[in-house]
Design a protein around this ligand. Structure first.
Ligand SMILES: [Zn+2]
Length: 222
């Protein structure tokens, strides 16, 4: 799509009007239980195309979603409409298939625990995923921080990741085994280490995968 006026024109659902049935509440995850709270529309100048701006209220939890939707305009064609919803339900069902299985499994649990505000569990799972990723890349060192430095020194990770890792407090936490009196994980620290993990996996696995796909595509085109 290169313009919002194309919304619903060539791709979308069959029908001429938004169906609430397809929309899931991002707060309570109930589907289709909405009533219209506010409606506005904008018409394309010198054209019959209309963009609809609907605010829907969830009948279950009283949360709100904003839906931008539009139906296609041309007579004689099958009725089509498309929509965009904000906010959408955030769910982590899977990890990218090009990641090693155990890295993805721990990453998924880090994300889900973050969403549920289980900060200790999230940070622990993030460190576990990191540990496997670093060893998978043959990193040397006694702890996560040293292993990150090692990969950076070898040019596998960029220097900016090494510098960033100095500020991630959870990387210095070696305790997979809890001790009496151990303080709770700070929410910010858990979020930081998961974000660091996201970038590290992007850099170590996703970027090389995408470049490989790009190269294969170019070779096949020739
Ligand atoms: Zn709801």
């Amino acid at each position: 799509m290169t313009s919002w006026w194309e919304l619903g024109e060539n791709r979308g659902n069959i029908g001429s009007k938004l169906s609430y049935r397809e929309i899931t509440c991002p707060f309570c995850e109930e589907s289709g239980n909405f009533k219209l709270a506010y409606h506005a529309e904008k018409k394309k100048p010198n054209d019959s195309k209309v963009l609809n701006f609907d605010t829907l209220e969830c009948g279950n939890c009283k949360g709100y979603v904003m839906v931008l939707w539009s139906a296609n305009t041309y007579a004689g064609r099958t009725g089509l409409y498309a929509y965009k919803v904000l906010p959408w339900p955030i769910k982590y069902n899977n990890y990218p298939s090009h990641w090693p299985e155990e890295i993805g499994r721990f990453w998924l649990q880090a994300k889900r625990n973050l969403k549920d505000e289980n900060w200790d569990a999230s940070a622990l799972m993030a460190r576990s995923s990191l540990q496997i990723a670093l060893r998978d890349q043959q990193a040397k060192g006694q702890n996560l921080k040293q292993e990150i430095d090692d990969l950076s020194d070898k040019g596998i990770l960029p220097p900016i990741m090494k510098e960033w890792s100095d500020n991630i407090r959870e990387l210095g936490n070696e305790s997979a085994h809890p001790k009496p009196g151990q303080p709770a994980t700070d929410p910010k620290d858990a979020q930081d280490v998961v974000q660091f993990l996201d970038f590290l996996l992007e850099y170590l696995y996703t970027l090389p995968h995408n470049i490989k796909q790009y190269r294969n595509r170019n070779t096949n085109d020739r």
